[in-house]
Design a protein around this ligand. Structure first.
Ligand SMILES: [Zn+2]
Length: 430
């Protein structure tokens, strides 16, 4: 499979750091960004690379030459006029493989590509956009997906948004060459914008997907981000997030841990974040841990809340967390309930499932998806079901409870008692 790297960016926003070299050649901890990209590709066995160069492109070509010094094969396409973020793809169409990776040249990333390829194949995707939650979703373009991760809407940067999933395109794409042929029909200019002219129009094929991952992918758009990336590389945070390495997670119960618990919540209007939760989740995000919500929602089985309303509740949660600059990495809910006899109940959810806490099903699913080391992870909640589920999965456990109620028999007791998620994170970081 071929990888196309768009290495033509001028990088005006970052010109305070370096101005006489192309953006992908800006050195980070002694090496150009592009060299990190190529090394990450080579580690995944991706050794057929085409660099699209523009402004000062000869500097790139002089450095990488044919790629042999970097254990890979590199060819070049030099833009003599600016062709936008996708115009070059039409010029090199014949050189593209049936599926190809497309990567922005200003990204630092470390991804387990085999997972992305499997996702793309499984969904028979025409275009898979690698996405992730970010710390400023309120002013980012967002991808709206259905429950199968199919992209159903593109919310532009400047567009007003209601409650949303925090899901932002990262600048890494796995495309089928077919999408170039498809979009050619409606494109007349040589300068082509990838988002506007190629991807957005393809939403109507129902074959556009978002592959959401907690792995490290950051652009070097501004000096602030540059210094952050530099520190992350130096401290090994970039490589550590690759899902081929074991991850650590904080599993979070929802009601009573993240939001105020007043019986079951069946309307988004009643969802309110607890004080200090944003601060605690910020610490989780910054520590390189995964924040994964694990919640029982028997209101679905009982017919007290629709799946649409539950989705709205969760989007409200992500939106309010996003407004404070923090995010969760994933969310699992159990819609089931074993006991029958409620008016309006939905029989298809009235089962004795493997996911309802105190069973560990949701934690085990998350562990498989994200390669999580459960013994190095924590389950935190305000109910003994959380503690039992955490223990059954092999995690450490923390119970949010009044100090007066901390007398649970030793064989069932959590590893830690705390008064809130914030209190837990303070203890955890010590
Ligand atoms: Zn269940």
């Amino acid at each position: 499979m071929k990888t196309i790297i768009m290495a033509g960016g001028k990088g005006t926003r970052i010109s305070g750091i370096a101005s006489d070299i192309p953006k992908p050649m800006i050195p980070v901890v002694g090496k150009p960004i592009l060299e990190y990209q190529i090394a990450a590709l080579v580690r995944s066995g991706m050794r057929d690379i085409l660099l699209v160069t523009g402004h000062l492109g000869y500097i790139i070509q002089d450095y990488f030459k044919d790629g042999s010094a970097f254990d890979t094969h590199i060819s070049y396409f030099h833009e003599t006029e600016a062709l936008g973020t996708a115009g070059a793809l039409f010029e090199i169409e014949k050189e593209l493989s049936d599926s190809f990776l497309l990567i922005n040249g200003d990204l630092v990333f470390d991804i387990d590509f085999s997972r992305l390829f499997a996702f793309h194949a499984e969904n028979q995707s025409l275009a898979t956009l690698v996405s992730h939650p970010n710390s400023h979703p309120y002013d980012s373009a967002l991808l709206e997906t259905d429950s199968d991760e199919r992209i159903i809407r593109w919310i532009n940067k400047e567009e007003p948004r209601a409650f949303y999933k925090n899901r932002v395109s990262s600048g890494v794409y796995l495309l089928d060459r077919e999408i170039i042929a498809l979009s050619k029909k409606s494109i007349s200019a040589k300068k082509v914008d990838l988002d506007r002219d190629v991807l957005k129009p393809a939403i109507s094929t129902n074959r556009l997907f978002a592959y959401n991952t907690p792995e490290y992918i950051k652009d070097m758009g501004t000096p602030d981000r540059f210094y952050q990336v530099e520190e992350d590389i130096a401290k090994g945070r970039v490589a550590a997030r690759n899902l081929s390495h074991r991850q650590r997670a904080i599993f979070l119960d929802r009601d009573g841990t993240i939001n105020q618990s007043k019986g079951f919540i069946t309307r988004h209007e009643d969802f309110k974040l607890l004080d200090g939760v944003d601060k605690a989740i910020r610490q989780i995000n910054k520590s390189g841990l995964l924040a994964i919500v694990i919640t029982n929602q028997p209101v679905i089985a009982r017919g007290e809340c629709s799946l649409e309303e539950l989705d709205l509740i969760h989007r409200k949660m992500e939106t309010e967390l996003g407004n404070t600059g923090v995010y969760i990495d994933d969310l699992y809910y159990c819609p089931h309930h074993p006991d029958r006899g409620f008016a309006g109940e939905r029989l298809e959810y009235k089962i004795d499932c493997e996911c309802r806490k105190p069973k560990p099903g949701m934690l085990l699913r998350a562990a498989e998806k994200y390669n999580i080391d459960l013994s190095a992870s924590w389950m935190i909640g305000d109910d003994m079901r959380d503690i039992h589920a955490g223990k059954a999965a092999g995690c450490k456990t923390a119970l949010i409870v009044d100090s007066a109620k901390r007398d649970i028999p030793a064989n069932e007791a959590p590893d830690l008692y705390c008064s809130s998620l914030e209190n837990f994170m303070d203890m955890y970081l010590k």
